[in-house]
Design a protein around this ligand. Structure first.
Ligand code: 5GP
Ligand code: ZN
Length: 136
């Protein structure tokens, strides 16, 4: 992907603050962090989102997220961590090369990943459950 900024960063064409690198991934400091210590994990192979990425590679990325979450917690002394991975504009994705966010959290911080809970009827929930089950 010639025009993909995360391809260039992941593969080292553009420099970055790299906290970790292996043959499949580069993990870097987010340039506009939600909180200090915000790291993003970039696969070196381009995939736009969870639907496109190789299943094995996605699993490896999540395994790496666990390792780096521990390092970020130790380094920042944060009280919590959000591991986030946005897919599609509606989900807040702004760079269309899949990446996993590791966001350190504090009891009183300005990060907002909250939603207003719905109160669906039991039949509605069961119907959606069935619909999803049928797609697996
Ligand atoms: P998204 O909203 O797509 O899930 O997240 C994109 C993230 O990439 C944002 O947190 C944004 O700050 C970060 N970002 C965008 N461009 C760059 C860049 O050139 N370098 C780095 N290090 N982070 C970037
Ligand atoms: Zn890319």
């Amino acid at each position: 992907m010639e025009d993909c900024i995360f391809c260039k960063i992941a593969n080292g064409t553009i420099g970055s603050n790299t906290v970790y690198e292996d043959e499949d991934f580069r993990a870097i400091m987010d340039i506009a962090p939600a909180a200090m210590g915000h790291v993003i994990i970039l696969p070196k192979a381009h995939a736009a989102n969870v639907f496109e990425i190789d299943e094995e590679l996605y699993g490896k990325g999540m395994k790496l997220a666990k390792k780096l979450a521990a390092a970020v917690k130790q380094a920042t002394g944060c009280e919590g961590i959000n591991v986030l991975q946005n897919n599609g504009t509606a989900a807040g994705q702004t760079v269309f090369h899949l990446h996993i966010h590791i966001v350190p959290r504090y009891d009183e911080d300005t990060v907002n990943v909250k939603w207003k809970p719905m109160s669906p009827a039991a039949e509605e929930l069961a119907a959606m459950c069935e619909k999803i089950r049928n797609e697996i």
